[in-house]
Design a protein around this ligand. Structure first.
Ligand SMILES: [Zn+2]
Length: 107
């Protein structure tokens, strides 16, 4: 109904380096993520307690060289990442990626 207020969606997702994932957004913005930070930011039920919101993922259990094996779109609101540590249930809503991108911008 109001297409001009839709959430921006990724227009391009690419590996920007061995440890970096870059997303270009449909509104012209772009974000770059450290892939391991992205893995640790997983919000799925395995990694975050659904009731308390507490993190269940032990960062020590995530290999330093963890990286995406496959990235798939989920509907029009998220991407799903298959990780090299065998974790495949992580879904990253665009809104969360934008938020993580803002946080990693620092100051
Ligand atoms: Zn997860």
């Amino acid at each position: 109904m109001f297409p001009d207020v839709e959430q921006p969606v990724p227009s391009a997702i690419r590996q920007a380096g061995p440890r970096r994932l870059a997303i270009t957004w449909s509104d012209g913005g772009s974000d770059e993520f450290d892939v391991r930070s992205l893995r640790l930011a997983c919000g799925c039920a395995h990694c975050v307690d659904e009731w308390t919101g507490e993190g269940r993922l032990d960062p020590a259990s995530v290999p330093d060289d963890v990286h995406p094996l496959a990235i798939r779109p989920v509907g029009r609101y998220a991407i799903q990442i298959d990780w090299s540590d065998g974790h495949t249930s992580g879904i990253y809503p665009f809104e969360r990626l934008r938020q993580l991108g803002r946080e990693s911008d620092g100051a």
